[in-house]
Write a protein that binds this ligand. Structure first.
Ligand SMILES: Cc1ncc(COP(=O)(O)O)c(C=O)c1O
Length: 359
């Protein structure tokens, strides 16, 4: 079997052991003579998958009974619309930090249905950093403060999360379960699964139960968190494949020592890659040092021609997904949980050789 080194931003690399397990169980799940995606979501076999997936998330992230853990369809993008509908009562406002492309999409969506106040905008620094605590003034009237904790495209993150009096809501799509987070500091944490924890099309939502009571009858039933919380994510036919793969990924995370263990490796991988980038003027990182993402590493080369060459040659060398997002250009390596140290070392080896030939 030949597997390439996958640096895709999402959908992204999954642990090979998870793919093998899914393959092994594909035709015959738990001796039932059917695949897990051919059985009823109401069957006891699938209920067990759903329950275990939820229990795994609670164990890994330390989620208390004060929070609902939901697996919802529509990815993280539907959350951009659902959050204001559920957590911002009519006539009230919500506060937002604009750190780049994804925070911007959440703001745009929230403005459609009500008042969204942008309290900090990174436009002046070209979205190269997250704000410091002292730069954030959140009105006590705001229903919540929304942040994107890791900007997948810009390659920046909040090294420290804001301290707020109002509930903090974080889009953690591209860093969920990559670092230890104190869930109790948040009103809600959510993320598309397709980077660190599973396939696309599904969002993991962790939301304080008291906040989901704010919703009014004007919100469509399907778009209410309360609907899905009451039915343990089985209000309608869920993304059974997504929940199943998330269960496999989280089983493996638990067996490997949980999030502290994977965080240590993630920090080592990022330190190696940033160390290489900092060691020569040939490479130019984009993010402010304090805000550097440890999941999405973004950098530039001396010219766009060299960047194109880098992407083309890296592909030939078996390193996939290194082209920066079309909106910012350059190079981006997404080094999520399932991207191994070996993959990062292969990338660094390729970079050193490329620099020697082109520097
Ligand atoms: C930080 C962030 N938020 C939201 C999204 C949107 O997720 P989805 O495609 O699941 O709607 C992405 C997707 O790449 C993302 O990186």
């Amino acid at each position: 079997m030949s597997r390439i080194y996958n640096f895709n931003a999402g959908p992204a690399a999954l642990p090979v052991e998870v793919l093998e397990k899914a393959r092994e169980e594909m035709l015959d799940y738990a001796g039932g003579g059917m695949s897990v995606i051919e059985i009823s979501h109401r069957s006891k076999e699938f209920q067990a998958v759903n329950d275990t997936a939820e229990a795994n998330v609670r164990k890994l992230m330390g989620v208390s009974g004060d929070y609902a853990v939901l697996f919802l369809q529509g990815g993280a993008s539907l959350q951009f619309a659902m959050i204001p509908l559920n957590l911002r009562r009519p006539g009230r406002s919500a506060a937002f930090v604009n750190t780049g492309s994804w925070a911007g999409k959440a703001i745009k969506e929230a403005k459609i249905t009500g008042d969204a106040e942008v309290i900090w905008d990174g436009a002046e620094c070209n979205y190269t950093r997250a704000p410091q605590q002292e730069e954030l003034r959140v009105s006590a009237e705001a229903e919540y403060l929304h942040i994107c904790s890791n900007e997948t495209i810009g390659g920046i993150r909040f090294a420290e999360f804001p301290i707020t009096d109002v509930p903090l809501v974080a889009d953690m799509s591209s860093e969920i379960m990559s670092r230890v987070v104190d869930v109790n500091r948040f009103g809600m944490i959510y993320g598309g699964a397709q980077k660190n924890i599973g396939p696309s099309g599904m969002a993991l939502v962790i939301v304080r139960k008291d906040l989901i009571e704010r919703v009014t009858d004007a919100v469509p039933i399907f778009l209410r968190y309360a609907t899905h919380a009451k039915e343990k994510s089985l209000y309608n036919t869920p993304n059974t494949w997504g929940i199943y793969v998330l269960k496999l990924v989280t089983d493996r995370l638990l067996a490997g020592g949980g999030i502290p263990a994977v965080q240590r490796i993630n920090e080592e991988k990022a330190a190696l890659l940033y160390g290489t980038l900092d060691s020569s003027d040939f490479w130019r990182t984009v993010a402010d040092k304090k805000s550097r993402s440890i999941m999405n590493v973004v950098w530039r080369l001396p010219s766009e021609e060299l960047e194109e060459k880098f992407v083309a040659e890296s592909k030939k060398a078996g390193l996939i997904g290194l082209k920066g997002h079309r909106s910012v250009g350059g190079i981006r390596a997404s080094i999520y949980n399932a991207v191994t140290m070996e993959a990062v070392q292969a990338l660094i080896g390729f970079m050193k050789d490329f620099e020697r030939r082109n520097g």
